[in-house]
Design a protein around this ligand. Sequence first.
Ligand SMILES: Cc1cc2nc3c(=O)[nH]c(=O)nc-3n(C[C@H](O)[C@H](O)[C@H](O)COP(=O)(O)O)c2cc1C
Length: 162
Amino acid sequence: MKSLVIYFSCYGSTEEFAKEISEVVDGDLFRIEPKIPYDDDTNHYEELTEYAKKERDRKILPEIKEYPDVSSYDVIFIGYPMWWYTYPQIIRTFIHNVDLKGKTIIPFNTHEGSGDGGTYKELQDELKDSKVLMGLPIRGENMKYNQKGNIKEWLDSLPINF
Ligand SMILES: Cc1cc2nc3c(=O)[nH]c(=O)nc-3n(C[C@H](O)[C@H](O)[C@H](O)COP(=O)(O)O)c2cc1C
């Protein structure tokens, strides 16, 4: 049974992470994209951080362009960058709109210091009818410079035969 690796990424680090996972577990990949794209120009980093903060504080749920069909997957990875000490609001949109009941969820994220920021626990609290396994946080910079660290080790340590 194939796994599905779902991710949101603005600047590409989380995408690298997702691709690495999908290669190791031979899983399918799906990129979550907002209907209204975020400004991913690195020269506008501050504007994006301000915008993302508003989005979080006002509990805005940005619309998603297209949803994957998750029905045939038992194991679903969900990946995201840390945004303001939590997951981006678009991940909230996703989990509110997709039926993940009975699925095994494996979170992963990139960050620049916050680790997973408590989001793996938050996911388990939100997804009461799913089983959330231990995730892996990696510094975004480490993905960019191709230091994939212990992704394979982490995947091997999970109680799943990929
Ligand atoms: C809007 C915004 C908020 C961020 N907030 C945090 C944070 O709270 N903690 C942290 O460690 N990194 C934070 N970062 C850094 C990103 O999590 C990090 O650069 C990540 O690897 C970017 O992933 P991406 O390349 O897939 O977009 C933030 C970045 C952005 C753009």
